[in-house]
Design a protein around this ligand. Structure first.
Ligand code: DGL
Length: 283
């Protein structure tokens, strides 16, 4: 079945779809909730297959397509790829195929960094697949040709976050190894180029030091989504009929629903009562 056939009408009342390989995208979900309290959101975390960052482009694209199909099946009116790895490796293809507006997290984060950096030396930390794609550096250099973009893959961060070691000496030690390499080269701005990283931003900030501005693309992504919904006349006009948080927000994962729910409760500022496990199939 083609993607167009899954999509339906009555768009403005429909939810926004948000996805990530795991819990990291909840940092974007939280920001969308905060900036657009009148919207319903369906979140999907691919907890059975996290991490994406060590996988090939083809695999990341295949997983992302399956999730987009699932979200379209939930009747979403727009999709946020709340995963840098999927944004870097799959977004251009998804944009062509997807019948609803779809945005990623890279352009919003790159724009902010290009604006806030004083000396033009911008560090980017992310998964191996994000850093090797070179997408951040490409987008930043288009916006600010004088910029020097220094990337560093941090493959151990994602498992540390998924294991809940947000405030732990091990995380600080690993952050030191990754980040001192960038601070030693004079960066004044550091993009948290993986949606998992805002959850360990305290450790990252401690190591990067006060002179380095951390950029969390979640804020700008939610802002761009808001502008896009307004432009496409897709903002929900019926805020008062939205109902309880349980009715507004739903969470799906591909495995370990209870563990995910526990995480969601430490990230989302209301009690998340349920997360459903579903199986995604190739179609
Ligand atoms: N949270 C994801 C990102 O923004 C991916 C982490 C992973 O699955 O490796 O890149």
């Amino acid at each position: 079945m083609g993607l167009e056939q899954i999509y339906d009408r009555e768009a403005a009342h429909r939810p926004i779809g948000v996805f990530d390989s795991g819990v990291g995208g909840l940092t974007v979900f939280r920001e969308i909730m905060r900036q657009m309290p009148g919207e319903r959101i369906v979140y999907f975390g691919d907890t059975a297959r996290v991490p994406y960052g060590s996988k090939s482009r083809d695999t990341i694209l295949r997983f992302s397509r399956q999730i987009v199909r699932f979200l379209l099946g939930q009747g979403v009116k727009a999709i946020v790829v709340a995963c840098n790895t999927a944004s870097a490796n799959a977004l251009p293809v998804l944009e062509e195929e997807c019948p609803v507006p779809i945005i990623g997290v890279i352009v919003p984060g790159a724009k902010t960094a290009a604006e806030v950096s004083r000396n033009g030396r911008i560090g980017v930390i992310g998964t191996t697949a994000t850093i090797t794609s070179g997408v951040y550096s490409e987008v930043i250099r288009q916006l600010r040709p004088d910029a020097q973009v220094l990337g560093r893959a941090c493959p151990l961060f994602c498992p540390l976050v998924e294991e809940g070691l947000w405030e732990d000496p091990v995380t600080d030690e690993i952050a030191r190894r990754y980040i001192s390499e960038l601070t030693g080269r004079g960066i004044d701005t550091l993009i948290l180029g993986c949606t998992h990283y805002p959850l360990i931003s305290k450790a990252i900030g401690r190591i990067a030091g006060e002179g380095v501005t951390l950029v969390n693309p979640a804020y700008e992504t939610a802002r761009e989504l808001h502008i896009l919904l307004r432009e496409k006349k897709l903002e929900n006009p019926d805020i008062p009929v939205l109902g309880s948080t349980e009715e507004r927000y739903s969470f799906y994962v591909s495995d370990m629903a209870d563990k995910f729910r526990g995480f969601a409760n430490s990230i989302i500022p209301y009690g998340v009562l349920s997360a459903k496990a579903v199986t995604l199939e190739d179609q």
